[in-house]
Design a protein around this ligand. Sequence first.
Ligand code: 0RA
Length: 651
Amino acid sequence: MAKKGDKKKDDNRTNGDYTAGQITVLKGLEAVRKRPGMYIGSTSARGLHHLVYEVVDNSIDEAMAGFCTEIQVVLREDGSVTVTDDGRGIPVDIHPEEGVPGVELAMTTLHAGGKFDKDSYKVSGGLHGVGVSVVNALSEWLEVEITRDGHRYHQRYARGIKETELKTLGKAKGSGTVVTFMPDPEIFPERSYNFETLNNRLRELAFLNKGLKIVLTDERDGTEETHQYEGGLASFVEHVRGSRQPLHEKIIYFEASREEADIELAMQYDDGFSEHTHTFVNNINTHEGGAHLTGLKAALTRTINDYGRRNKLFKKDEESLSGDDVREGLTCILSVKVMEPQFEGQTKTKLGNSEVRGAVEAAINEHLGIFLDENPKAAKAIIEKSLSAARAREAARKARDLARKKSALEGGVLPGKLADCSISDPSLCEIYLVEGDSAGGSAKQGRDRSFQAILPLKGKILNVERARIDKILSNEEIRAMITAIGCGIREDFEIEKARYHKIIIMTDADVDGAHIRTLLLTFFFRQMRDLIEEGYIYIAQPPLYRVSKGKKEYYAYSEEERDEYIGRLSNGKPEGETRGIHIQRYKGLGEMNPDQLWRTTMDPEARTIYQVTVDSASEADLIFSQLMGDDVEPRRQFIEANAKYVKNLDV
Ligand code: 0RA
């Protein structure tokens, strides 16, 4: 370890004489550069965006501690990103044991992050909490500017190693931190930031941190968005609810501070049939739920049943509402902040702290109870809605039992239209959901039947967004899909039973095709969300053009590609000499023969398929509601805008 005042040794560093402390630092950062995926998940676009979240998380921590009111994120034209906050500023004083400024420790020591001063934070967010040193290690260069104690300071690093000492730039008022970093091209093959992806997460962070102002500026095109919500989660619920019709005007909202956790909840019922619950722990979306969600569900069921019973709103004494009944048509956001969260589950998004369950349950029992007592009209509407859900559920149960008897939903009998594959290891198997019987026929002929199954779907499938579960299950196309995939839906969903680990949606490259694709994605998102989270859902990309001359032929998946092939076939000769080149535009899959369909869209060696991912579950929730809800206009606009650009459907 370098000792305080060990100036001479420090100077020697440039001569290759490293101190033990510096060697540890270098080894740590080397490890990050060697295996970036271990620290930021991947070096794809996702990992690239993760860098921004990691830096922003430090500023959010400062906001949660009550010292920061505004965060600014700027995407620079040169590809770098600047994150500015008005917090206390990263400490610059010399660390007593390490002998270097606090900021340098934070920037070069793994896991030190902002948490090297444990006393200054009650709770801390952070996606994986790996800290800003990881961003530093993975940046071609990084500059930090700190204002505090009446001065401005600056330091620069390259690939995690300091390039300059911490210097004073002069006197300055106020306080705050500015971090600018350039993602390293040696690490990230793709370095283009997506404004919407960042904007969705920053909006979410603003909702989750009431009053905090977050500005995102894109200097590449001048776009700017500001997020600041005095309503906190109540604003979040309003946002996620979108245009669904509320059952009661006032959003149920409370904040409670308990020993086990700080709790914030907002909820509102609408006249729809889906549930839209999103839970967070220390600003992290807990997709897999956990203790806080268990507490929430228990409290809702208990409090609403209690209220109904006390106020004689149930017809018979024995009538009672199940958890699913009281959550139908509910938009609900729960955010808890926990001192030492334990994240469990496959994706580490399940809260394990069992003590939080009781705290959440008690707080919701209390506050929801008060709301219902004070708002009898809303309470009555909620109870009636839940009772009608209960009746529908009973009808669905009967329908399902009937279907079971016909063994349609049980494994046993697969749908007649399914051309199944011959091998049985799901991890090697794929199913193509194909629009239309004619394309389905070509796909059946063109496929590799050992591992590819084909299920043709005819016409438009049911819009699950506007249907109740009994109606969904009575739809033949949907039943065929559920049976073929094999893992059931919703409460009965078991991912282990999935018969294929790739479910590939293959539709025409036109507006109808886009509509069907959206319907299918809505179905998976609402009924089998884990399939999306597991990365099982894909979208096939059929070619848009065939460019040929004599025996030579190319398939183009975009207009640019088409033009490139035309150029290739004309050997760079001028326009006039392109005679003999034939260009066919495919309007539907049906225009390709089985062999062409195989070579362009189904052959794993040649095809392009997009994996459907969800960056922000709450935003995806909103998009699907908007797309598939009662309003026709947003759906039409979205489908038209995205018909050609399948990629954008990766919500
Ligand atoms: C530790 C202690 C203190 C501030 C910070 C960390 C801090 C870190 C970051 C990272 C980005 N922005 C930040 N702002 C603050 C405060 C020490 C004190 O003043 O008592």
